[in-house]
Design a protein around this ligand. Sequence first.
Ligand code: FMN
Length: 340
Amino acid sequence: MADHFYLGILSLNSNLLLAPLAGYTNLPFRLCVREVGGFGLASTELVHARSLLEQQYKALELIETCPADSPLAVQLFGSVAEEIRDAAQWLEAAGVAVIDLNMGCPVEKVVQRGAGAAMLRDLEKTGRLVRMVTQAVKIPVTVKTRLGWDDSRPDAVHLAPILEDAGVAALTIHGRTREGAFAGSVNLAGIRAVALSVRSMPVFGNGDVCNPQSAKRMLEETGCAGLVIGRGALSNPWVFHEIRAALDRCPPPPIPALEERVAFMTRHFLRAVALRGEAVACIQFRKMIDWYARAFGPCTALRLSMKHLHSTTQYHDLVGRFLEERRGAAGTAAPMTAAC
Ligand SMILES: Cc1cc2nc3c(=O)[nH]c(=O)nc-3n(C[C@H](O)[C@H](O)[C@H](O)COP(=O)(O)O)c2cc1C
């Protein structure tokens, strides 16, 4: 597979992309996972276009970035075309590389407002909205959606050519419907049908890709141009390198040792502390630990204790004890440092 991938005018160094994950793919996580590398583009979580135009604190926090956090897509959601257009123009002026439009969020309060997956229900209106955005900015505009509103309607097959005609640079398809939420397995044949419905717009496959096997299967069975990976990268930030090596038929990269995985988690935690403050970082890590724990092996005591995390000192204490226990020798844990 090519080293470089073109998203409109933008050259990416990989066709493996980091998916937007609300509450997870924030600046501290993105900076850490970028140090490991192996993917071409990262995205913010979904940001409400109007909240951004109103300069609401929460929206501005979601788009917080820095030069090392590049290239970056900001994912917008909303239902008012003019608001999305204006937010996209503002983001372009601020230096964002890509605008991604969310058309897949299944959450009730989002779809009730006609945003997220509700955009699959009125394709003409959605097409007009998207055209207004693509005509207003020079940077690539991409779309992320699901296969359809429910299992009886392959909406994305009809939407994809409309998006292509409206000037969208790439489309990501999560291989489930709005009704399917996160249940069951991804419908690879459904993604393939979407990929076949367009002339040349790249279609990215998404859903349940977490290792080289699932990545190969997604690419082979869908004919997609690339992959968008979410949860697989939360538990294993090295997954992009592992997949790339397999796709390029290279020997697999060395499996990161437990210490390396824990050091990654610590860098992430300390960056979150530096950016958001100790209290917020501790609360975030109470849920984050479940993802890291998947690759830590037996770690019930650490996982349960982290559910009550309240300070940086406690973090170091818990993690230090965990490593000591795993090494079977008290007092030999390596000091953990993190560059923020
Ligand atoms: C906690 C969580 C938050 C998510 N937030 C977003 C989001 O903000 N925008 C979006 O387009 N998709 C979001 N998704 C969907 C993912 O981007 C992705 O489509 C889905 O998880 C399937 O891919 P995966 O199996 O690689 O995780 C979210 C999923 C999860 C589990």
